[in-house]
Design a protein around this ligand. Structure first.
Ligand code: IPM
Ligand code: MN
Length: 353
């Protein structure tokens, strides 16, 4: 089959991990006989530098017309005073493409469970998914402005926005351990009161899925205390932003976790959950695994290439088992070495370690 992918390498370590991800995609193409047409375009700070715009119109157009979008990372202090910051371009891309459902799986690889700042017995076996609402809430609500005297953000959610994201979480849970944790602040916030009501309504449609409500503060604590109790976590935009970074710590490194964002009918976007880590840029030391696992998610979710996705995930797992690790995981492998090791394991060639 032939597929069209728009690749947005972005800033900081973005271009390096994008190379690693695309190299693995190339191996998949070779092994399974697919053709992936990849067009790399400027986005974020790279867009500001090259086109004076963090979301150049031709980048947006290519995203809209592709079968899937692969994004590495954007941002950096270099663009702090730009008229439009790289982060705003990401929000605009999400909103324009209607990417309302952000799926962030958090899995602890047993080979590196000891690297988590939490006790190994707490994190071992963690396998959860954060389903984060991505196009509503405080990020987008209006009025929204600030001056020297006051700042205003607006938290507003419609029934439709809440319904579709919670419905997505229940559908996901049906193919997992059948547990949905709905996170809100219904003791204080009006949007959360509506959220909780709709979650209860949807749970009637899914009698086989267990629904538990948590307040966000308690959920933040339980995520550290007993993460394996969670299966699917569903929450609004800002809570999801915070809780997914918190949950990422469980895996031992922020460099391990992929994500996918879905719209109702357009192309999906796949990206690591971490940022552009400018301090690591250009040194060939960044961990490319979150990017490579984002490629695996893209293969599975956007193209229904399940065995290709599994082959890539297995190669990542085998590489970790043989102790080829980047510095964030206590090793000394370079970005390119790790990517090479993963590619070799897919081809079944040279074995290291
Ligand atoms: C994320 C990031 C973004 C967000 C930033 C870069 C705008 O933190 O994808 O989690 O807050 O959504
Ligand atoms: Mn975030």
């Amino acid at each position: 089959m032939e597929y069209h992918i728009t690749a947005l390498p972005g800033d900081g370590i973005g271009p390096e991990i994008m190379e690693a991800g695309l190299a693995c995609l190339g191996t998949i193409a070779q092994k399974f006989g697919h053709i992936f047409h990849v067009e790399k375009l400027p986005f974020g700070g790279d867009g500001i530098d090259k086109e004076n715009d963090p979301l150049p119109p031709k980048t947006l157009k290519a995203c809209q017309n592709s079968d899937a979008i692969l994004l590495a990372a954007i941002g950096g202090s270099k663009w702090d005073n730009a008229p439009k910051r790289p982060e705003e371009a990401l929000l605009e891309l999400r909103k324009t493409l209607g990417l309302y459902a952000n799926i962030r799986p958090v899995k602890v690889f047993s080979q590196i469970a000891h690297l988590s700042p939490l006790k190994e017995e707490i994190v071992r076996g963690t396998d959860l998914v954060v389903v984060r609402e991505l196009t509503g809430g405080l990020y987008f609500g209006t009025p929204k402005h600030w001056d020297n005297k006051s700042g205003v953000d607006t938290l507003c959610y419609s029934r439709e926005e809440i319904y579709r994201i919670i419905h997505k979480a229940f559908t996901l849970a049906q193919n997992r351990r059948k547990k949905v944790a709905s996170i809100d602040k219904a003791n204080v916030l009006s949007t959360s009161k509506l959220w909780r009501k709709i979650a209860n309504e949807i749970s009637q449609e899914f009698p086989d899925v267990e629904l538990t409500h948590y307040y966000v503060d308690a959920a933040a604590m339980l995520l550290m205390q007993n993460p394996s109790r969670f299966d699917v976590i569903v929450t609004e935009n800002l809570f999801g932003d915070i809780l997914s970074d918190e949950a990422s710590i469980l895996s031992g490194s922020l460099g391990m976790l992929p994500s996918a964002s879905f719209s109702l009918d357009g192309p999906s976007l796949f990206e690591p959950i971490h940022g552009s880590a400018p301090e690591l840029a250009g040194k060939n030391i960044a961990n490319p695994i979150s990017m490579i696992l984002s490629v695996a998610m893209l293969l599975r979710e956007a193209f229904q290439l399940e065995k290709e996705a599994c082959a890539l995930e297995k190669a990542v797992n085998d590489t970790l088992s043989s102790g080829i690790l980047t510095q964030d995981l206590g090793g000394n492998a370079k970005t390119t070495e790790l990517s090479k090791a993963i590619q070799e394991r897919m081809i079944g060639g040279t074995q290291h370690g």
